[in-house]
Design a binder for this molecule. Structure first.
Ligand code: HEM
Length: 557
């Protein structure tokens, strides 16, 4: 069979060469471009394959021209001819792709921005601007529930799509969002694992976030809450405090402690650790290239740059220091050391390095930006702050999650902040539809399309939440405006790949909010324009760190 294929390929190659030799050069370039487009419809080549093929094709072309011109033409004029043929080939190929995507593609009936129908770079640049979530929301308001945000990408804003796309029973597969590695290598971590590998790894992670595990982490979390209050008290004596920065220090310190067994001590030193700077840089970059996954596959072949290498070296050292302590320390890492009860598989040391890195990325900026939003919303809505104080103040015991989970208004505030400004707000390309396509609320989406739901647009949709742009915690207590649809809450995603750290996040959000409100009177710094808060949040898949300049003083009454 293989020999037959090889023989057919040789015959086809020979015929193509004869055709090129006998036909005029420029029309051949046009024919080759159209042929390439037709082939890529059947088989999507990887970028490195395209590169290798085009180098080989150009070398062949040069040889062909050389042999057909004899000794008449110099190599400079041959090269110039090769260049012109390449240009014609490229222009034809791109035109052919553009015409196809615009007028013949199976996604052509879906409305959306013009450039998005032609190229994924529309999403890349929209994400670069930090406005992806706001842009897709505006597009849904203009076009409806299904918007074409890429050649074969559909952003969906409809509550029925959650089950259809994200649930355990969905026929959709993980989308290209999870392909490749931004770290410049082939490492796989929980989030971008294949479904079968994800299954056993996820079981290990889930054990690390069950109620018993969380109870074990709480004293460690409370240690950092106390440190946060102490540091903010000290800094506030000097004037304006950027609480956004200190909340970042806080969440990174905790993730260092729970993921690597050692805090970054940023709260203690009041200074940014290089680790945080690099991680935050990577998060932005990683977010952007997730819109064009073939860029990530190129990165997988390039050696890691200095910053990424530094990050890995740091993580490797921390993991090596942490490993000998085994399960004597009750952190998330200790759970990652346990073998899966079903498959008996275990994480290797290099896998632990990658997972610890991912833990610190996934659990830090998400939680700190949510905390900043909670405090911002409370200061911007003094009546809500007063209501929260009225709930917390009568209680004089130690703050812990068991107690705080009974504080209905506090929990409603946390939920409402996560609804109105979710730290992962955009849908991107989380899932790919099955070959037969999928129907959502009466709309058919063809097969092999990339689809996603953005939490921001869904949670600001007036069909699911009355007065969606207003901060109304009461809606979670059954006292807010209608409609109110709990099912449209997507902040932690949904289904088998949803946030595994959700309960730890809730614990941190409640613990810190209660501690800050109990300890301080807070107001916006006079130099700060609070109306810029929401627009200052840049969406790079995970929201960027926000500034929250405050005047803070110990509570008087
Ligand atoms: C407010 C805080 C948080 C938010 C809003 C959040 C949100 C999310 C979302 C939306 C996903 C799914 C992403 C996707 O579609 O692939 C996710 C996954 C994940 N999150 Fe969180 N997260 C938060 C905090 C945390 C914390 C504190 C941790 C760990 C300590 C964590 C660990 C993870 C992990 C490991 C995954 C991957 C799960 C998987 O693929 O099975 N997150 N998170």
């Amino acid at each position: 069979m293989a020999e037959e294929l090889y023989a057919s390929a040789l015959v086809a190659g020979h015929q193509a060469l004869t055709f090129l030799k006998e036909s005029p050069t420029y029309p051949s370039a046009v024919a080759a471009a159209l042929g390439t487009h037709a082939i890529t419809q059947l088989y999507e080549p990887q970028p490195h394959e395209v590169l290798i093929l085009s180098l080989l094709a150009n070398a062949g072309l040069y040889k062909l021209l050389e042999s057909s011109s004899g000794s008449h033409d110099s190599s400079a004029s041959l090269l110039s001819l090769v260049f012109k043929i390449n240009l014609l080939y490229t222009v034809t190929l791109f035109l052919s792709i553009a015409i196809y995507r615009r007028f013949f593609h199976r996604a052509r009936h879906f409305p959306g921005p013009y450039w998005a129908s032609l190229t994924k770079f529309w999403a890349f640049f929209t994400l670069y601007s930090g406005n992806y979530h706001r842009t897709t929301r505006a597009l849904h308001q203009k076009y409806g529930d299904f918007v074409r945000v890429g050649p074969r990408e559909i952003d969906v804003c409809n509550v029925h799509a959650i089950q259809a796309l994200y649930s355990t029973s969905t026929k959709c597969t993980k989308g290209p969002f999870y392909e490749g590695s931004v770290m410049g290598s082939h490492e796989r971590f929980l989030q971008n694992e294949t479904p079968s590998e994800h299954l056993w790894k996820r079981r290990i992670w889930e054990a690390g976030f069950n109620t018993k595990a969380l109870r074990g982490y709480e004293p460690r979390v409370m240690h950092f809450v106390d440190e946060l209050i102490r540091e903010v008290t000290e800094r506030s004596k000097e004037g304006v405090v950027d609480l956004g920065l200190y909340l970042s220090f806080f969440t990174f310190d905790i993730m260092g402690d729970l993921g690597f067994g050692k805090s970054f001590e940023m709260l203690k030193h009041g200074k940014e650790h290089d680790y945080m700077t690099i991680v935050q840089g990577f998060a932005v970059f990683g977010g952007m290239i997730s819109t064009i996954p073939w860029i990530a596959t190129i990165f997988a072949f390039i050696p890691r740059n200095k910053a990424a290498e530094g990050l890995f070296t740091f993580a490797k050292e921390r993991v090596r220091e942490r490993l000998p302590l085994g399960q004597t320390v009750k952190d998330v890492f200790s759970y990652l050391l346990v073998e899966d009860r079903v498959t008996k598989k275990k994480y290797s040391e290099p896998d632990l390095v990658v997972e610890s890195l991912m833990l610190s990325i996934g659990g830090s900026d998400t939680t700190s930006s949510s905390l900043a939003t909670i405090i911002y919303m409370l200061i911007a809505n003094p009546e809500k702050m007063a209501k929260l104080k009225a709930e917390i103040d009568p209680y004089h015991g130690p703050l812990n999650h068991q107690t705080l989970s009974q504080f209905a208004y506090l929990n409603a505030i946390v939920r409402e902040a996560l609804r109105i400004l979710p730290p992962i707000g955009s849908g991107l390309m989380h899932r790919t539809t099955p070959p037969e396509g999928i129907t959502i609320d009466g709309t058919y989406i063809p097969g092999n399309m990339n689809v996603g739901i953005g939490a921001y647009e869904l949670q600001r949709d007036a069909r699911y939440y009355g007065k969606p742009d207003e901060f109304i915690p009461e809606r979670w207590l059954g006292e807010g405006p209608e409609p109110f649809d709990r099912n449209a809450f997507m902040t932690f995603s949904h289904g088998p790949y949803s946030c595994v750290g959700k309960h730890l996040a809730y614990m941190e959000l409640c613990d810190v909010t209660a501690a800050l409100v109990r300890a301080f009177d807070m107001k916006f710094a006079p130099s700060y324009d609070p109306s810029t808060y929401a627009s200052s949040i840049k969406d790079s898949v995970i929201s960027s760190r926000v500034k929250l300049p405050l005047l803070i003083s110990p509570r008087k009454g």
